[in-house]
Design a protein around this ligand. Structure first.
Ligand SMILES: [Zn+2]
Ligand SMILES: [Zn+2]
Length: 249
């Protein structure tokens, strides 16, 4: 087995494509902020879209930051899932499934916020017209099954928040839901979370910033002990395999 290294990760970051995120959340600003905060790895997780993933991955490569392709999908139950994929192509595969399940309505930028598509230098190349803040028509278990079919990981987002979380909306984490991990906000300690939400069971608990502005990135990272920064190793850390670990700071 190869040597293991420590990597700081923020696995829940929005770009200016998310209607509720600031226009300053450009690929270069996100990458610069993550590096400044000492992150080695982030995941790009816009609401129901992966249209800015390739740009942030490319910008990250240029500056030595690992960027994991991802998406924060809203289920039919209005539960948010942080979905992580191994490649941009797999993220776009998930996007096709999600786009087919969004209501056929357009975004109202004046009302919900703009949904900016950008290149790796941060130039605006377009605007997504879909209503990304809507919930999809996909049930929770279908999303998790699709993510797993695509070789990805599905994390229950912000389970300690009063809205859009699996616990807030369903009352508990269904024991057979198939999540790979659950995310809590920095406000809650990991052992406290396990006591307050017993239905988390033995699920790995991580923290992430859910940053909607670059300055929020890295606010509550998870420290991983991995051989390499990819989903295979992160998955092994979640399952406690091969000495890989994850630690909340
Ligand atoms: Zn969310
Ligand atoms: Zn989010």
């Amino acid at each position: 087995m190869g040597e293991l290294y420590k990597f700081f990760a923020d696995l829940h970051v929005h770009t200016a494509l998310s209607p509720c995120a600031g226009d300053s959340a450009t690929p270069p600003n996100i990458v610069a902020a993550a590096i400044e905060k000492g992150m080695q790895m982030i995941a790009v997780t816009d609401h129901n879209s992966a249209e800015n993933v390739a740009a942030v991955v490319k910008c990250g490569k240029l500056h030595g930051l690992k960027v994991i392709p991802g998406m924060e999908v809203a289920s039919r139950e209005e539960v948010h899932l942080v979905c992580l994929l191994e490649t941009v192509e797999r993220a776009l595969d998930l996007q096709a499934i999600v786009y087919a399940a969004l209501p056929p309505m357009s975004n109202r930028p004046d009302h919900f916020g703009r949904q900016l598509v950008m290149d790796s230098a941060g130039a605006v190349t377009g605007e997504c017209v879909r209503l990304l803040m809507a919930a999809t028509d996909l049930p929770l278990d279908r999303i998790i099954a699709e993510v797993h079919r695509l070789g990805g990981l599905a994390i229950a987002a912000h389970v300690d928040r009063p809205a859009f979380s699996v616990i807030a909306n369903l009352g508990l984490v269904p024991p057979d839901a198939g999540f790979d991990a659950a995310e809590i906000s920095a406000a809650l300690a990991r052992d406290e979370a396990a006591v307050r939400f017993p239905s988390l069971g033995g699920l790995p608990i991580i923290t992430a910033s859910d940053a909607h502005r670059p300055e929020e990135i890295g606010g509550s990272p998870t420290l991983f002990l991995l051989e390499k920064m990819d989903l295979e190793d992160i998955g092994m850390a979640f399952r406690g395999r091969n000495e890989r670990e994850y630690l909340i700071q």
